[in-house]
Ligand binder design. Structure first.
Ligand SMILES: [Zn+2]
Length: 291
């Protein structure tokens, strides 16, 4: 029920954003200036400086990423009106498990080009900075809503993909797994992906609308959130479950929240650091400040 509710909420938000005349105005409203954190010399620190300090001081930093981190890689956020690949389709209707079962041809007519579009996309420096922080022992891992596998390509090791990934697709009958690159070879005359071994239906290992979220990944993400003393949220408006509740887990365990995203989030008021600039520039600046 919770799952249904959260997807319903996403859908409502999607519809509201598309319909609201305020949407464009809202986007350009500047966030309030940083709260008065000062360094030991009494001068005001920039948000990037504060974040760099927090990362250096933290025992366990976890990154939580959403569509915004992949936008500079050429993957539009479907919730940004006018730019998304979902602009002319209703995602609830097409990327839906019921459609996959009832009308796989219709499902693949939408998903096949999407697969092809994602195949060659490359990580951008924001992904790379996170991989480097992990390499240097300054980041525990990444929890992501993204299915684009760009954290993997950037070299991140510990990645929890709460909405699944396009990396693989699986046969619903025999469980055989296929790499993204292989899926294109599985289409039959009806343009439906079929299992090579048993002719069963092959489904992307992403969470479709109407599907349960992967329990194991959610559990792992919750554990990471509870154990973090700093949660760095990047490119997510933090309204879609399960990630919407993860910063709360960190905060309840006494951890701090840092947010880098253009849109408003429900955690803006309690965030220790609130940045809304370009995700690549900001992350590069933070890495440089860490030294
Ligand atoms: Zn099979």
């Amino acid at each position: 029920m919770l799952i249904v509710k959260s997807w319903a909420r996403l859908f409502l938000r999607y519809v509201t954003q598309r319909m609201s005349p305020e949407k464009d105005i809202k986007k350009h409203i500047a966030l309030p200036p940083a709260r008065g954190l000062s360094d030991q010399f009494g001068s005001r620190m920039s948000e990037a400086e504060k974040l760099a300090e927090l990362i250096k001081e933290s025992r366990s930093t976890v990154a939580l990423t959403g569509a915004g981190i992949s936008v500079p890689s050429g993957i539009p956020d479907f919730r940004t009106p006018g730019t998304g690949i979902w602009e002319n389709v209703d995602p609830m209707e097409v990327a839906n498990i019921e459609v996959f079962r009832r009308d796989p041809k219709r499902f693949w007519s939408f998903y096949r080009p999407r697969f092809n579009m994602l195949e060659d996309k490359q990580p951008n420096p924001a992904h790379t900075v996170l991989a480097e922080l992990e390499e240097r022992g300054l980041l525990e891992g990444v929890i992501t809503q993204n299915i684009d596998r760009l954290h993997r390509k950037a070299g991140s090791k510990k990645i929890v993909e709460v909405h699944g990934t396009v990396e693989t697709s699986s046969c619903l009958d025999c469980g055989e797994s296929y790499k993204l690159e292989e899926v294109e070879t599985l289409f039959d005359g009806d343009e439906i992906a079929k299992c090579r071994s048993c002719d069963g239906s092959v489904k992307p290992d992403v969470v479709l609308f109407g599907e349960m979220l992967p329990e194991e990944a959610i559990f792992e993400a919750q554990q990471m959130a509870r154990g973090a003393d700093l949660m760095l949220c990047i490119g997510s408006s933090l309204v879609v479950q399960p990630v919407a509740s993860l910063p709360t887990l960190t905060a309840h365990s006494g951890g701090k929240i840092a947010i880098l995203t253009k849109s408003e989030t429900p955690y803006d008021a309690e965030a220790e650091v609130r940045m809304n600039g370009d995700v690549v520039e900001e992350m590069q600046a933070v890495l440089q400040l860490i030294g």
